[in-house]
Ligand binder design. Structure first.
Ligand SMILES: [Zn+2]
Length: 218
């Protein structure tokens, strides 16, 4: 392959990646970080895909958001899926984040849960793990792996599902009430010794199993 045709292929891949990120609702900063396309091109592409200009301003996210009750459960589901993909498939980097996020969306839909993690949140979560600011710890009661601050002590860690704080869901009453009313649905995905495997197993036990299996195999 000549240098010229190679760069055309690479450029097409970058455009395809940027478009996929925009479709998933990623902020412009994510596209800028993950591709080497100019800001001008990304802006045009974003507008074409989303039909509107990207929101202005910096990414407002801090690690603390992932520690509140409901976000922590969803962040943990996402990181379990992501970890499983990285260990058992060839997916790496941003491709692994995209595939994990799509599986997270399927999981949320199949279990009638509220989508708590946006793509940009999920992407930030991955960056916080890379930066060793966040980590996972095993719950002493259920054995599930949950997102925690890397610097904290986790010897007697108990997750938010085994030890529901009294204030849980005060701000998101409906979501909390639903989660508590249907504990089997909410607890089961991560209250297992092999949470990621179970998550994916649950995702595959439906009529959509073929598509998920194909997504995992390629
Ligand atoms: Zn637990």
């Amino acid at each position: 392959m000549t240098a010229r045709s190679k760069s055309v292929v690479s450029d097409a891949e970058q455009v395809q990646l940027a478009a996929e990120l925009a479709r998933l609702g990623a902020r412009l900063q994510v596209l800028e970080t993950e591709t080497n396309l100019s800001r001008e091109r990304l802006l045009r592409l974003y507008k074409e895909v989303r039909g509107e200009s990207p929101p202005k301003g910096m990414l407002p996210f801090s690690t603390d958001w992932f520690m509140s009750w409901m976000p922590n459960i969803h962040a943990s589901i996402f990181m379990n899926i992501h970890g499983y993909l990285v260990r058992h498939t060839s997916a790496k980097g941003i491709r692994a984040v995209i595939r994990a996020y799509k599986l997270y969306l399927e999981h949320v839909q199949l279990n009638d849960l509220e989508k708590v993690l946006s793509f940009t949140r999920a992407w930030s979560l991955g960056r916080f793990f890379e930066g060793k600011m966040l980590d996972t710890a095993a719950c002493k009661s259920c054995g599930g792996k949950y997102v925690v601050h890397a610097m904290d002590l986790h010897k007697d860690y108990e997750c938010g599902l085994c030890n529901v704080p009294s204030r849980a869901g005060k701000t998101k009453k409906r979501a909390a009430a639903e989660a508590l009313k249907a504990p089997a649905r909410t607890v089961a995905p991560i209250a297992m010794p092999v949470p990621a495997g179970f998550l994916l197993g649950a995702a595959m036990s439906t009529k959509r199993s073929k598509r998920v299996a194909v997504a995992l195999a390629d």
